[in-house]
Ligand binder design. Sequence first.
Ligand SMILES: [Zn+2]
Length: 466
Amino acid sequence: MRVRLKFLGAARSVTGSKYLLEVDNKKVLIDCGLFQGRKELRLRNWDRLPIDPKSIDLIVITHAHIDHIGYLPRLVKDGFHGRILCTHASEDLMRIMLKDAAKLQEEEALFAFKRGYSRHEKPEPLFTEEDAGRVFEFVDSVRFEKEIKLFPGLSLTYYNAGHILGSAIAELVLTGKEIKKKIVFSGDLGRYDDAIMQPPKAITEADILLVESTYGDRLNPIDRVEEDLAKIINEANERNGVIVVPAFAVGRTQLMIYYFHMLMEKKAIPTLPIYIDSPMAISVTDLYERHGGQHKIKVERIDGKLISIFDDPHVHFCNSSESSKALNEIKNPCIIISASGMATGGRVLHHLYHRLPRENDTILFAGFQAEGSRGRRILEGEPFVKIFGEEVPVKCQVRVINGLSAHADQSELLQWLGNFKDSPKMTFITHGEMEAATTFSKKIEEMGWKTIIPEYLESFELFNGI
Ligand SMILES: [Zn+2]
């Protein structure tokens, strides 16, 4: 049996997750993400894939974040026609995420065309809503913890990763004439003490392990979140300012609603209106109610309706662009939660455009900001950021809450690795910027494990070669 693994993304970076596993003549892609952040990374989305999409037999998706699924529409457009495996909740989320991503691509291309800030005469989107819709012709969603036969000699089992709704650790088992090997892809791992997600499932053995390292060099305790959040909101309220929270519509938005709701109930912060300015967040919130068993939020059925904290009367969902635009006129303290989380696109750009120049308002980042993203630039104190082709001055208060991350921190990653009875033959450190990956790799090697931090497009012969 010949087994090769090639890193087509999330190698020494946190986006573009794509790992090509070749088992004899079968080609399996684990995750199919979009590159985000730095321009040189984003440009990779336009490069020809080093493999013909038509030749890929199957795609295994760990979870529905765009940096893990966002390249699917392009791959289908370029001729992929195999099977796409994911969990049930991931399929529901993917429908929302890909549609939104396609819309952003189309809007961005149109905007660049109108404002004339693209190098291209007629900028084209990477993919359209129609391309995104076609992805679902190939999707086959499955349950957690059920072994799925992919091909003779290759099976897949998903385990809860506790990172976002539907997120999974993918365990692939290869069975040859005389050998049986297990390759585990951690996907993105969640936290042990998250307020709304379950902890990641323990895996006890693997021959080859790929583990994420987003926070491989950082400790990110959750225990101060409530206190810090209350302080930021109270200070913003005293300044009579508006608080804008760029947050992913999936997971982070629901977590923020949970915390604000809880702090208001406890009277640790004043009761303020919370505006969810993302049509996507409404649909996603419904999914939290539909897939109730996979997280900790209490969902009750009252008079045939599913009721949870998301039905709090202070939480307002902005469905229309009019209700979104009306938020620009608000002068009194309120909380606006809007996507995208790294301020790379979406309605939050309109809020940043209006709020960044106002000294009394606050931008509160609620998670990881990838290198090169607009969010990172604001966080690092750049005096101006470009939005819609214009240089916008950053005069508002800029705050960050780190404990809210949906990613395990270094201690939690090590805790998860601690479940393995024996060290894997090789551990590939993926999905982390170089510094995080290097620090984490040293930590793992201290346990006597062998590690590799693969480079973009690097490939390895498994079992015989490693
Ligand atoms: Zn993720």
